[in-house]
Design a protein around this ligand. Structure first.
Ligand code: SF4
Length: 246
């Protein structure tokens, strides 16, 4: 299976910019962005981010407000603050042996940085890789990481896998099976997540009066450290409320 998978990847693998580097910082940025955002949306934002902050030190020197603004449109903003704090920690103390010591870095992200950047023999298992492993019954090694992810993302799809186009079909015990529909992701339209995002967009544009904003959204954003509330004014962290928006 390993050989068939790698041969398939040679000609069908996705050409993604974070696969052309071994810089641990660049790979960390890509993995944090990809945690909850689709590849197509991440692509331009990843390139823009690295152009603005090409090193961990430059990101560490940025303000939280700048980081939040640059993250706009990617959603789940807590990731941006965690990435910023991780950069500060690395700039001060270097990369920790255990990458999960970094803010916002869980097992998968730590393994991805270790495998793709540091060349450690550890297989990062995301949902795509996990699905292929489960269906084929094959564990695969670290050298298969990118190929497994691509096969899971483009062929071994969650509900209706494209077994006819799969390089592992002859050996796969799950070939031809169909799966239950996935639980639909909750709608963004009309959700509290949307209200929070809209409120954060307003505050990112300029400081606002608390009274002019959605109070529940402000409270949630404040709890997450994404805004500061003081004297009836809401701002991004560290910013002054002198200039109020309308
Ligand atoms: S044969 Fe089908 S179920 Fe098996 S790995 Fe390939 S796409 Fe997935």
């Amino acid at each position: 299976m390993r050989e068939s998978l790698l041969a398939w990847f040679e000609t069908n693998g996705r050409d993604l910019p974070w696969r052309r580097t071994r810089d641990p910082y660049a790979i960390l940025v890509s993995e944090v962005m990809l945690q909850q955002t689709q590849v197509e949306r991440v692509l331009p934002r990843y390139l823009a981010w690295l152009e603005r902050w090409p090193t961990v030190e430059t990101l560490a020197e940025a303000t939280a407000a700048e980081v939040i603004r640059e993250w706009q449109g990617l959603g789940y903003y807590r990731r941006a603050l965690s990435l910023h704090r991780a950069a500060a920690q690395i700039a001060a103390d270097g990369w920790p042996d255990d990458l999960t010591d970094l803010p916002g870095v869980g097992r998968y992200t730590a393994d991805a940085v270790a495998c793709f950047s540091l060349g450690r023999n550890v297989l990062p298992v995301d949902t795509n890789a996990s699905r292929v492993r489960e269906r084929t019954g094959e564990a695969f090694d670290a050298g298969c990481a990118q190929a497994l992810m691509d096969l899971g993302a483009t062929v071994c799809l969650a509900r209706i896998p494209r077994c006819g186009a799969c390089p592992l079909a002859e050996m796969c015990p799950s070939r031809g099976r169909r799966y239950e529909p996935l639980r639909k992701q909750s709608r963004f339209e009309g959700s509290f997540r949307q209200r929070r995002a809209a409120t954060l967009r307003l505050v990112a544009a300029s400081a606002r009066r608390t009274a002019d904003l959605d109070p529940a959204a402000v409270a949630a954003l404040e709890r997450e450290g994404l805004v500061t509330v003081s004297a009836g004014r809401v701002t991004l962290p560290g910013e002054s409320s002198v200039q109020l928006g309308t």
